[in-house]
Design a protein around this ligand. Structure first.
Ligand code: HEC
Ligand SMILES: [Cu+2]
Length: 320
């Protein structure tokens, strides 16, 4: 069973690094595993041999000759561990500095803000603000500036790099890079309240041209509804005060409590990846958010009629 459990390739695994930062960390992991396995075997094999070879064979067997102290052995088992600790420390400290170094002038800058319980991604150079899905160009270094809107969170994309905390009132940085286009799951790795375990997100690495297409779409989002149904939806959005908490660029909705909904139609997931981006899931969310994210500040809008809901979701889905 144990051997079989190693068969799946899980996308969120430090054991399958998909970028430069993750690979450095994985190589350290591999190296320590080899060293530690050597230490384990060099203790357990002689120990097992001694236990079997010198066990008490009969009740009247006398005690063996008692010996005490051996300078040679004591020097050996002091010097060997010191050498091993140095061998582990040199690459670890070196990588820690390499990972903390600035990502270079060509790095794409993204600000990551942890909220209870969702992730906000801002691209200061591109004028984009979004949530849940962090897009980046594959093969290019990305420098992350990490902040928190409320409590401690920890940003973690296992297959792309290590964890870095988002700390209230403080700014941390890290860099990461994805070798190839793909979708890499991430999650909050620091207990941050009731729905901590639901605080997920995705890193969507794209070819540079696909990334630019995405960025262009996000910078020039639809702001006016394109169908009569969506126009009704905008009225519902205003009537129920959604704009008090949500921003939609180019509209009067400028709320800052919840995720920025600009370009929402371009996303594949909503609500920290707990739901898909379609009319049915949006309806479920707007009707009863606490059923999905216990403790969320978004109130339930159970008073919407089915017609109002259809119009509202048509408006939201059309934001692309
Ligand atoms: C009191 C503030 C508040 C109000 C009012 C509010 N929301 Fe929200 N909304 C939030 C918060 C906070 C979240 C993030 C929940 C999470 O992921 O944990 C959210 C999430 C969402 C999401 C998912 C967005 C994403 O990026 O995943 C949608 C869609 C949404 N709200 C639509 C609406 C609509 C439509 C209305 C009006 C009917 C509305 N909200 C009213 C606070 C609010
Ligand atoms: Cu968190």
């Amino acid at each position: 069973m144990l051997a079989l459990s190693a068969c799946t390739v899980h996308p969120a695994s430090i054991l399958h690094p998909q970028g430069a930062a993750a690979r450095m960390e994985y190589q350290l992991f591999d190296f320590s595993l080899v060293v530690m396995t050597g230490v384990f075997l060099s203790v357990v094999i002689p120990l097992t041999y001694v236990i079997v070879r010198y066990r008490k064979r009969s009740a009247d067997q006398p005690l063996p000759r008692q010996v005490e102290g051996s300078h040679r052995l004591e020097i050996l088992w002091t010097v060997v561990p010191v050498i091993l600790v140095i061998a582990l420390a040199v690459p670890t400290v070196g990588d820690a500095f390499r990972l903390a170094a600035p990502a270079g002038p060509n790095a794409l800058q993204i600000t990551v803000i942890g909220h209870q319980w969702w992730w906000e991604f801002r691209y200061p150079g591109l004028g984009i603000v979004t949530a849940d899905e962090m897009h980046l160009p594959a093969g290019q270094r990305v420098e992350l500036t990490l902040q928190s809107a409320d409590v401690l969170h920890s940003f973690w994309v296992p297959s792309l790099g290590g964890k870095e905390d988002t700390v209230p009132g403080q700014t941390n940085t890290m860099w990461l890079e994805a070798d190839r286009p793909g979708t890499y799951p991430g999650q909050c790795a620091e207990f941050c309240g009731l729905s901590h375990s639901l605080m997920r997100f995705y890193v969507v690495a794209q070819t540079p041209s696909a990334f630019h297409t995405w960025a262009h779409g996000m910078r020039h989002p639809a702001t006016t509804p394109r169908t009569p149904l969506a126009t009704q939806g905008l009225a519902v959005f205003n009537q129920f005060g959604c704009g008090g908490c949500h921003t939609i660029d180019g509209t009067p909705a400028q709320g800052k409590v919840g995720p920025n909904l600009t370009g929402l139609g371009n996303r594949s997931v909503i609500v920290a990846g707990a739901l898909q981006n379609n009319a049915a899931d949006l309806t479920q969310w707007i009707h009863d958010p606490t059923a999905i994210i216990p403790g969320t500040v978004m109130p339930a809008f159970s008073g919407l009629s089915p017609q109002q809901m259809t119009a509202l979701t048509a408006y939201l889905e059309g934001l692309k």
